[in-house]
Design a protein around this ligand. Sequence first.
Ligand SMILES: [Cu+2]
Length: 183
Amino acid sequence: MSGISYRNRTVDVLFILGSIVGVLSIFVFFSYNPTAAVNTAPVRVQVGGGNIGNPLFGYLPENVEINAGGTVLWYTRPLVPGEPHTVTFIFDNNTMINGFLVAVQRVYYPAIIDSNDITKIYLPNAHVTITGNEKYINSGWMFPGGSVPGTSSTFSVTFEKPGTYNYSCLLHPWMVGKVVVHA
Ligand SMILES: [Cu+2]
């Protein structure tokens, strides 16, 4: 009898352990929230593109929406016509500049002018985090596949502050896009 009793206890313990593992699995399964992961994966926007006969002067998609803390990644496609573009946020018109001035570092390279008028220049393919108080944020020249030395094939920005952020291309001012950052 004691043998049976012992075996029953073992079965009981195994059953309880199994239940705990089962409940934990269900908990882990439901606590994995795919929508929470959206903010960690950058929202991708294609810059320019098209083909030789029909180059694209635009951003695809033109408007994106993210949550505060989220990131937008702009990229150029390789092997498309070599038309340079920029992703440029101008929040203070005093920072406006002619985009064709390659000699100006903050045009050609990724750059930020902060609220204290301090200009920071970044290496190509920069990732920057912005507070929303900057005066100017620029990707630098973006070329398909980063095929020209010193240019970028990607530029990414993490937005900390909710708001609407309009941007354009310094080289083709009619190229415009928008990032809406939700709280
Ligand atoms: Cu452009």
